[in-house]
Design a protein around this ligand. Structure first.
Ligand SMILES: Nc1ncnc2c1ncn2[C@@H]1O[C@H](COP(=O)(O)OP(=O)(O)O)[C@@H](O)[C@H]1O
Ligand SMILES: Nc1ccn([C@H]2C[C@H](O)[C@@H](COP(=O)(O)OP(=O)(O)O)O2)c(=O)n1
Length: 236
């Protein structure tokens, strides 16, 4: 199945490089390959990556940034969950297995979803500034992005929300109890998600630190207080 995916993805990649992806209202990996028609030229989007441990408050802060600064929020996790639930998706089972085990889905799936979402938003809303939440999360994500997207975007900076594991776990468990309906907001999955964060995601944050692109935020305070620190990063 992965072979198939990789083949498909290289097809999508080739078309996408020529700027020929026609965007569908329902994003999907398979459909994007079928829909490569028509030429269009779009501006180079501005990107802010949003990283931090599971439950550190990435989604919560992204919502506030969207309201105050007009960015479009693209959560890699949300896009993957949408694709997992899409009727007829070839990747539903693969995505679910990765998510439940706290592992990171192969980049070709995630990158195709992100690229489609960006293109669609630019076409429909004309907005070209994106918060990419929860990506890149491991070396495979980073390599895929560099290969396929880095030349096509303007990466402004990388926000990292810092919050200790026990507080994050408590937040995710509460999120589960309040009806997040996520198959990974449970202790077993959370343990694996944290191992993945420490082993796979921290090196990516360090990579961006070396490039002086990381802006760290203390995410232990309440959401409004955290946002006071976030705001400063977006004030031009
Ligand atoms: N600063 C905060 N303090 C306490 N709880 C928070 C804070 N930020 C977010 N939460 C709550 O914690 C849970 C995880 O937040 P979320 O934004 O979904 O995190 P992430 O996107 O990093 O997984 C949610 O239930 C959210 O309401
Ligand atoms: N770049 C990404 C982002 C998320 N995923 C998968 C694996 C992650 O554990 C889940 C959930 O990610 P999401 O960003 O929604 O949530 P948390 O930050 O873990 O709370 O999605 C992925 O495979 N690749």
């Amino acid at each position: 199945m992965l072979d198939n995916l990789l083949r498909l993805s290289s097809v999508i990649g080739r078309f996408a490089q020529k700027g020929q992806v026609r965007i569908l209202s329902k994003l999907s990996v398979e459909n994007s390959a079928k829909s490569c028609r028509g030429k269009m030229s779009l501006p180079k989007p501005n990107i802010v990556f949003v990283l931090g441990a599971p439950g550190s408050g990435k989604g919560t802060q992204c919502e506030k940034i969207v309201k105050n600064f007009g960015y479009v929020h693209l959560s890699a996790g949300d896009l993957l969950r949408e694709e997992r639930s899409r009727e007829g998706s070839e990747y539903g089972e693969l995505i679910e297995n990765y998510i439940r085990n706290g592992k990171i889905v192969p980049v070709d799936v995630t990158c195709a979803l992100l690229e489609n979402a960006m293109t669609q938003n630019m076409k429909v809303s004309g907005k070209d500034s994106f918060l990419i939440d929860g990506f890149p999360r491991n070396q495979d994500n980073l390599d895929g992005w560099q290969r396929r997207m880095s030349e096509k975007v303007n990466l402004k900076f990388v926000i990292v929300f810092n919050c200790p594991e026990d507080a994050c776990v408590e937040r995710c468990i509460n999120r589960g109890k309040s009806g997040s309906n996520r198959s990974d907001d449970n202790i077993e999955s959370l343990k694996k998600r944290f191992d993945t964060f420490i082993n796979d995601s921290l090196p990516i944050i360090n990579h961006y630190k070396e490039q002086n692109l990381v802006r760290e935020v203390d995410a232990t305070k309440n959401p409004d207080e955290v946002f006071e620190d976030v705001k400063v990063l977006f004030a031009d």
